[in-house]
Design a protein around this ligand. Structure first.
Ligand code: NAD
Ligand code: ZN
Length: 278
């Protein structure tokens, strides 16, 4: 990065810290980019899983339809495959400085909620308290009827497979149980959708971290927030922290983009915010 660009980035970091401290109800929206520095690949960045292997993207779109057509076969295939999936072994990864900076902002009472698209559980592991996992969590299972979520350990999946009792069923309503991670083509669970819309409509600042903002309906949240702020004439600042510009940058949905790594930018923002509040 040349000196001029670095000065511009530093200026925007200072601006974001001020905007956060001034805000009354800030939220963060995060995507795969915030976890790349923990060693989890994203999908569409330069080294993304799909950038390197477009066939994997085509396959991903069929997953949910296969589940609906034959949940038993879907579960059997899943249990038989020993591969850890396109994101690697998520049990072994740890939060990075970007996740921790969001925890600091939350504990300062500035950040009120984190809504993430990530399924890696790293915000929870870092200690974020008010968290909405828009696309679920790889460690959990979910009933597709009543939306109850369960730890994987609550079902003995291998025993169910041996006894021919797959798919697992919900102890509360008898509905079919699936992995919690939301597949392409699968509706967002209503509870998380409703809560996310409420957060988007009420916030006055959004910190968008590491998302290409092309996956809908998640990518509509900043747009909903913009519309709602316009309708009710309340102030709204949208800040992006991303390695590259996104549709939100080009469409003028965000006020400014801090171009850089979330693991480097967010800790600086949080540190400056601490300085401004003491
Ligand atoms: P994406 O891959 O479409 O976009 C990631 C964006 O982050 C890109 O613009 C990239 O340039 C940027 N980026 C990468 N590393 C960065 C860094 N260190 N700092 C700043 N920016 C960085 O990701 P998405 O928008 O989240 O959409 C992918 C979908 O796939 C999500 O909906 C999610 O459910 C799923 N996914 C999840 C994980 C995970 O749980 N960690 C990983 C990959 C994909
Ligand atoms: Zn149920």
């Amino acid at each position: 990065m040349d000196e001029r660009t670095k000065a511009d980035v530093d200026e925007l970091i200072a601006r974001a810290a001020k905007d956060l401290v001034k805000s009354e109800y800030a939220i963060a929206l995060t995507g795969a980019g915030i976890s790349t520095e923990s060693g989890v690949p994203d999908f569409r960045g330069p080294s993304g899983v799909w950038t390197k292997n477009p066939e994997a993207e085509r396959r991903a779109y069929q997953g949910y339809q296969n589940f609906i057509n034959d949940p038993k076969a879907w579960w059997l295939e899943r249990l038989a495959s020993r591969a850890s999936g396109p994101l690697g072994n998520l049990e072994e990864v740890n939060p990075n400085a970007g996740h921790r900076a969001l925890v600091s902002l939350e504990s300062m009472g500035i950040l009120r909620c984190v809504i993430t698209q990530n399924v890696d559980g790293l915000h929870e592991k870092a200690g974020t308290r008010n968290l909405l996992e828009f696309h679920g969590n790889f460690r959990k299972l979910r009933c597709i009827r009543c939306e109850s979520r369960f730890g994987r350990g609550e079902f003995d999946l291998n025993a169910l497979a041996r006894e021919g009792r797959l798919p697992p069923t919900c102890p509360r309503c008898g509905g079919i149980v699936k992995t919690d991670s939301v597949a392409f083509g699968e509706p967002i669970p209503q509870y998380v959708m409703r809560r996310s819309l409420i957060e988007a409509e009420r916030c006055d600042l959004i910190l968008i971290c590491g998302t290409s903002a092309v996956v809908y309906p998640f990518a509509s949240l900043p747009r909903v927030a913009r519309q709602s702020a316009m309708n009710s004439s309340h102030p709204l600042t949208i800040v992006e922290v991303n390695a590259e510009p996104t549709a939100l940058t080009y469409d003028g949905i965000s006020d400014y983009l801090i171009r850089g790594k979330t693991g480097e930018v967010l800790p600086k923002v949080a540190e400056l915010a601490v300085g401004l509040t003491v």
